[in-house]
Design a binder for this molecule. Sequence first.
Ligand SMILES: [Cu+2]
Length: 782
Amino acid sequence: MQMMWWHSVQDIQRLINRVSAARTIGVAWLRSVDIDELILSIHNIIITKNVRNSVDYDEESSSWNLRIKDAEKNDSGWYKCQINTVPMRSMGVYLNIDSASDLVDHNTSETELTVRKGNLEKTNAVNYTLCGTDIVAEDHFLFKQEAILKLLTRLEDPNGDAEQSKISRTYNPGTAEARYKDPRRVREFMAAFSSETFLKRGVYFSLFDEEHRNQMIQFFEILQGADSWDTFYRTACWGRDRLNEMLFDYALSVAVLHRKDTKGIALPPPYEVNPNFFVPTVAINEAYRGRMKGVNTTISFIFTGTQKNEEQKVAYFGEDIGLNSHHHYWHMEFPFWWTEQHGKKKDRKGELFFYMHHQLIARFDAERLSSDIPVVEPLSWNQRIKSGFAPMTSYKTEGDFPTRPDDVAFRDLPFLSIEEMRVFEERLHEAIDRGYLINREGVKVPLNIELLGDIIEASEYSLNPRFYGSVHNYAHMLISRINDPEGVFALPPGVMEHFSTATRDPNFFSLHKYIDSLFKKFKNNQPAYRKEDFEFPGVSIESLKVQSTSRAVPENQMITYFEEFEFNINNGMDVNPSDKNLHSKAQVQRLTKEAFKYVLEVFSFEPQSAVVRIFLVPKYNAFGEEHTQEEKRWSQIELDKFVVQLSAGQNTIVASSEDSSVTVPDRKGIDQLLQEIQDAKSGRSPLPVNKEHRHCGLPNRLLIPRGNTAGMDYELSVMITDWTKDKVGRSQLGGSVCYCGEPDQQYPDRRAMGFPFDKKAEVDAFDVANFKIQEVKIRFIP
Ligand SMILES: [Cu+2]
């Protein structure tokens, strides 16, 4: 993983600047020879004298491929592709042409190799190398990006954009059926839309409400089935002014995440589309006062509750707007209503439902321990809900999110009783105890983690939703509607009703701990891991340490702190056309960390591909007692997972906390997106487009728990296993793949999610040379 590329970056930058034309700058391929870098190609021009090299651009995957014909041992080494943006982006790959015999096996005369993002693949017809998927935005992409931002502006008002509103007036999906994959669906949707029961504007939309959901799905299906970007865009413009604003926002966002022609487009963050959901109403009102006075305002706000409420100590986590967004987008990438009609089957969706939420609980508990409060308790249908929640935020049009006091009992909903929940729970326990579930036809089906995730959520893949219910979705509704279960006050539902706001309620974590206990029971029934499940012969971890980027921090210590964060709340304000230029912002604190790196010394007997898995766990509980092995196992937080190419002998592996494959970098806000579009249009600075850009993913700032001022004790564990056995397909481990998978592809790692801590292990199983624990501290700087 050690990259040695950074030396002559400026020289290359100058060269690329000279060679390239205006805005659309291609990609340069470089090769490292000793400490120098040799330029192989710029754009599609070959610079090197090596005639075996060629470069081409693959439009489909937006990738620049370097081809090396008749590759030979001498071609082994580090290669790098580089994109001339500011800041410069580059990516290194190690090409290892060692086992010539392998290659001969595959192909006789011509030997070409495939290298993908940081990893080497050898397959038979294999070609080449992929230089990331970063390209520079061209006009058409800029138009799309801007169009999506406009479509999601001030959703309660008529569209303020002249062009979009003209399309909305003149286009009608009902008279353009031929432009959709399935004209029948367009007809059905148009009929539903014109019926009395179709959800009106100005009221809340809930995905959990079956009628709302079905209407949304109908609209989503025509967005998804639009035959081109143009049809898609026109359909969206049409829907923008006619459909319920929350329904429109949701359907459009899921479509943008799934359509091929919208890959790489950034959605405006949920806290800027709908600031009212996240910013206390008093702060919104204060910003209004600024508007009335005609001044730009930045209003700071704090997390909910007072110090009298223990839960307030960890509100910074549940109410973190980046965490809210992660949860929101995860459920958009893996909608429980998704079927093959909507697109590819989502690989390991049931297991991911378990694992992503399990990790949220482990992280929440670690934050609680940082604040000296005990871990969260699972909710139970037989007990009252201990902690209340006063959201202090509101719907744009339907008033405040209801407040729930401490210590209230569950209440039946008109269509769902608590007694039914007990029955569903009983049936789940039975399925787990017996190791099979009963499908719709009454046939026993062996239970696995995937099927269990599907029946608990329940997703459309549940084998028997009538029998097992929809425990997770129902539980969300039982909590969000607890204030007015019969609807006698016509209160809108609470924050638990929406994935974007759910984690703000501390009961989200109680609910999910309850769900997690079912998965835990299943996992504990599985045969324990044995030593041979973990072994990687010939590989040993000699040392492991963590180094902070600032020199003053001692080894094996990490630093966290709070920073101020500002975001745009214009969409939460009504606007008077005369003060269109007024700007309102909100400011809130958010947890962040200092960047650090893991440094591993690893010995390998032979050159091989290996996968490094890194976990962290708090050492002590809230009472200062060391956690048992069992407690530690189930509380492990995944920090990273990446592939390395080990050479024979000693290897130094260095990985940065910033490249973690559980996280995403900071989300771009509306202002930044608009600025970048402007800069690109005017030619000031090209806009880099990453078509693999993910919305789903934990914010990188939250990678590690807060820790405490004295320096809290944790154990860092690293396991290295054989990547050739674990990998699936030709995939790589990048982006936020650990919690969010890879869109449209198989989950790249064959092992159970959470491996090696997901199941029990025999006493000596971890006595292997490819596993190591290091004690570390996390110090919080107030
Ligand atoms: Cu969730």
